[in-house]
Design a protein around this ligand. Sequence first.
Ligand code: AVJ
Length: 314
Amino acid sequence: MLRVINYDHQSSDPLETLKHGLNAEQKYLPCEYLYDHTGSKLFDEICHLPEYYPTRTEIGILQDNLPSIADELGPDTMIAELGSGSSNKTEFLLMGLINPSMYIPIDISRNHLIESSLRIKRDFPNIEVVPICADFHRNIKLPIPTRHVGKTVFFFPGSTIGNLQPHEATSFLNRISSIGGKDCGLLIGVDLHKDKQTLINAYNDKQGITAQFNLNILSHINSMTGSNFKPNQFKHKAIWNEQLGRIEMHLISQCKQIINFPGSNITLEKHETIRTEYSYKYSLDQFADTASAFNVQHVWTDRNNLFSIQYLTS
Ligand code: AVJ
């Protein structure tokens, strides 16, 4: 039996949010719309690309440092994973920890959530698995454990934090710390600054999978709203914004075009862009400042300092 905790958030009208972004001075679409069924499959492909270093580097750091990570987190932990998806990295973590007592995957996608919860339950019969179906950007409460547990530790891998602007990341982590209550921990994957070419290549792969992933957001918006974006009238571009320390993904309009969008038409000039994602990269100092609700306890990196896994406590 799997007990699923559900949140039906009165989320703000998605049409209004999309319309707002498409009428802004720099047009944008919220990056969560990259992940419909096709988008999630393309993202899985991205994670295996030779140019896309984050996934394999993060898994390597996790595997190479399990005893040290387990030692920092302590025994009997309750692990709450933010945006658990298919919980791919979780198994490595749970395998290394000392007698973890509870696993709480939190994800908006019900199918992913149930499928991965059942898998973790089967593979770790001593761990109580209590999935929460919710948007972790909204307010949620963690279940009260049925047996004595050690620390409550949020697991937030993948450098998903990089999608937020640093000031948004600060308030997001503040909120996470208050959900966790006093003395909670955060085990987080944070992508690091590095040479420009490595960054550009990671978001402009040779096979064009990232381009497909980016363009797919338009098909997703079309099927959600009935709009008529023509993906072949756009080109993918990812740039490194040196000053702000972030990769920006854009879709460049190849001609002047007018899109029918429910309630309003959207005019795009030739070469005008729609921004679809930020991916911020951090120095260790910058991240410590950004995560001001927490204190950094330990940072693990790979030998090339491409990526970090960090343990922080409130
Ligand atoms: C999952 C948000 C961390 O920013 O690297 C990969 C998403 N976008 N290629 C990232 C992504 C383009 C990824 N995050």
